[in-house]
Design a protein around this ligand. Structure first.
Ligand code: GMT
Length: 376
């Protein structure tokens, strides 16, 4: 059993969710897990034996123009690694976590501390094109003892954007099927004033520009002209007001429910008939897995890792980015054909358990840890 330090962004976001769930599963399997983060990760919502939390405190002294998060993190990583005799640091998100981990490793040269970096997407697709950060991200990746990425697409993109030959392992994201499964939440339909036979289209995101939530609304506008339906929008973020205004402009306020950030998304997913993720960039789309585990057929765009998650025509559909006519057409196929919908739903649940189960994916990480720990 290993002693593992995990660093991630602990607030809401796919990378933080994945890192926390991984830590929980590793602890269940007997590893000792030390979260080294600025806050208790939000999914770490109860006491788990062999999970420890070490808070990174970032003090803002008047001499600093910017609080030095990265240096405080590196210092905390080194301090925890030495005291707890960690075997490895597994950092999620290259920037700045990989670089901090390399610095921490150098600070505790008496240990044979290994560094594993998992790339999640925006660390490469957004920050990787920033010339102020590019060389540092490349350094963090190349100096890591092992690098994983959440999709094949992200590996290709990283190679291209950073011009690196570094070996990168694809370890897809996973979902905890004990948490994400269909639950009987029909009462929610009543509470939200959704008719029993009314169809439910759902979208879950952080409302960032890349998610193209306006396309979701425009597609729904077309869908509801042909079928009685409601759109449930889960989440909040920078594009919220624009999306809200568009809903008003299209005159569909009565049919769109903005439910904000939610903890028990599986209850909302369980009343949904189709899920839309129409992003222009998406290295994986963890929210798709969560929906699929609850038996919801998904429609996603042909971008990044989405086609590695949705099998087109088997458990959902893949459409071109921006093509709202295609979204309408594919969504109506699912919404109007009960047999097709049932078969997509069953295939989605099966795909999750065959390809993206926690059991399967956590083993891949453990295998990688073993390889790294036994390498020179
Ligand atoms: O999608 C976001 O805005 C959040 C971001 C993150 O860093 O948490 O998500 C990224 O990592 C997730 C977990 O691996 C992936 O499922 C998301 O696809 C990825 N987001 C993007 O690539 C835009």
């Amino acid at each position: 059993m290993s002693k593992i330090g995990i660093t991630c962004y602990p607030t809401v976001g796919g990378s933080g969710v994945l890192a926390t769930e991984l830590g929980k599963f590793l602890a269940e399997k007997g590893h000792e897990v030390h979260f080294i983060t600025t806050q208790i990760p939000f999914r770490l919502n109860k006491i788990y034996p062999n999970i420890y939390f070490h808070e990174v405190e970032v003090n803002n002294y008047p001499v600093f123009q910017h609080p030095p998060y990265d240096l405080a993190l590196a210092n905390k990583m080194a301090e925890v690694a030495k005291r707890e005799e960690l075997d490895l640091l597994h950092v999620h998100y290259a920037m700045p976590h990989a670089v901090c981990a390399i610095l921490a490793k150098q600070m505790c040269s008496e240990l044979d501390l290994k560094v594993i970096t998992t790339l999640h997407g925006t660390d490469i697709t957004v920050l990787g094109i920033d010339d102020n950060l590019k060389q540092l991200i490349k350094f963090g990746i190349e100096k890591s003892d092992a690098v994983t990425a959440v999709s094949n697409s992200l590996v290709d993109q990283t190679r291209r954007m950073l011009d690196t030959e570094k070996d990168m392992h694809v370890v897809h994201n996973f979902v905890d099927e004990r948490e994400y499964q269909h639950v009987d939440s029909r009462n929610l339909k009543q509470q939200f004033n959704i008719g029993e036979d009314e169809k439910v289209v759902i979208h879950v995101s952080n409302f960032r520009k890349v998610k193209r939530v306006e396309d979701v609304v425009r597609s729904f506008h077309l869908i509801q002209q042909e079928i009685t339906a409601k759109l449930v929008l889960v989440g909040d973020g920078p594009e919220f007001n624009k999306v809200y205004n568009l809903v008003e402009q299209l005159g569909i306020e009565e049919k769109v429910l903005f439910v904000g950030k939610q903890e028990r998304v599986q209850e909302l997913l369980s009343i949904a008939d189709v899920k839309l993720l129409l992003s222009e960039k998406e290295s994986f789309g963890l929210v798709l897995l969560e929906a699929m585990a609850c038996g919801v057929p998904c429609i996603g765009t042909d971008t990044g890792g989405i086609p590695e998650v949705i099998e087109d025509g088997v458990d959902g559909y893949i459409v071109e980015v921006q093509d709202i006519e295609q979204v309408k057409e594919k969504a109506l196929r699912i919404l109007k054909d009960a047999q097709l919908s049932r078969s997509f739903s069953e295939n989605a649940v099966r795909a999750v358990s065959e390809k993206f189960s926690a059991e399967k994916i956590v083993k891949q990480y453990e295998k990688l840890y073993e390889q790294v720990l036994h390498s020179e």
